[in-house]
Design a protein around this ligand. Structure first.
Ligand code: SF4
Length: 202
C-alpha cells in the first residue's frame, strides 16, 4: 500500500489521491514510483477520508511544522478529503497547511472552492508551467477547455482570499518563457517562485 504521508527534506507531504485532471508531459507519476521517504506513491485504491485522517492523527510530526498536500495526483480532485485533512492537521496537530495544486480545482468541483480552502489552508503553490494558453495546453494537457485562463483565475482568487499564494515554474523553461511568466506575475500580483529542476521536485 502506498504511503499517505511521506517526508522529503524538511517537510511532511500528504498524498491523498492519485486522481488528476491533467496529463502533464513531465509528471513524475509516469516516470518513477517513489519520492523522498516513500517507495511508492501509487495507491492501489485511493485512500478513504478516515484512512487519511488516521494517518495524520498517528503520525509523529516532531520537528515538522507544515503539512503539504501534494503527491501523485491533484489534491483538489479529492476536495472533501483535502478539507477534512487540512482541518485536522491544523486543529489537532497545530500544523500549517500548504496546498500544491494545478489550479484547476474550481473546474473540477464545479464551483468556487477558494472560500472553503481559505478556512483550512495557509498557503497555496500553483503550477504555472507555461507562459501562455497554447503552451500550457501542450504541456499539461488538461481535461478542460481554457485550462490556462481557469488556472489564472484560480490564482488571482487565491491571492484575494488566501493571500499567501505563489506560482511555481521550473528553471528548465526557455529564458523567454521565464520572462513572460515574470511579467504575468507582475501584472497580477501573484508571486512567482522559480525552482531549480530536480527529479524529486515538489
Ligand atoms: S497536475 Fe500534477 S499530478 Fe496531475 S498530471 Fe500534472 S504533474 Fe501530474
Amino acid at each position: 500500500m502506498a504511503d499517505i504521508l511521506y517526508t522529503y527534506k524538511n517537510s511532511v507531504y500528504a498524498n491523498i489521491t492519485n486522481k488528476c485532471n491533467c496529463r502533464c508531459t513531465f509528471c513524475i507519476r509516469f516516470q518513477k514510483d517513489g519520492i523522498g521517504s516513500s517507495d511508492t506513491l501509487w495507491h492501489q485504491q485511493n485512500p478513504t477520508k478516515e484512512e487519511v485522517l488516521d494517518a495524520i492523527r498517528n503520525f509523529d510530526f516532531t520537528g515538522f511544522d507544515e503539512l503539504v498536500f501534494c503527491g501523485y495526483g491533484e489534491p483538489t480532485c479529492a476536495l472533501d478529503i483535502l478539507l477534512a485533512a487540512a482541518k485536522t492537521a491544523r486543529e489537532e496537530k497545530g500544523l500549517k497547511t500548504r496546498l500544491n495544486t494545478n489550479g484547476l480545482g474550481n473546474e473540477e468541483n464545479g464551483r468556487n472552492i477558494i472560500p472553503e480552502l481559505s478556512e483550512v489552508i495557509d498557503s497555496v503553490s500553483i503550477s504555472l508551467n507555461a507562459p501562455d494558453s497554447a503552451k500550457y495546453q501542450e504541456v499539461t494537457r488538461p481535461q478542460f477547455n481554457d485550462g490556462f485562463e481557469k488556472m489564472i483565475d484560480f490564482a488571482t482568487k487565491c491571492r484575494d482570499e488566501i493571500k499567501d499564494v505563489k506560482w511555481s515554474i521550473v528553471d528548465v523553461l526557455p529564458e523567454e518563457d521565464i520572462e513572460k511568466c515574470k511579467e504575468l506575475s507582475e501584472k497580477t500580483g501573484v508571486q512567482l517562485r522559480i525552482r531549480h529542476f530536480s527529479k524529486n521536485s515538489q
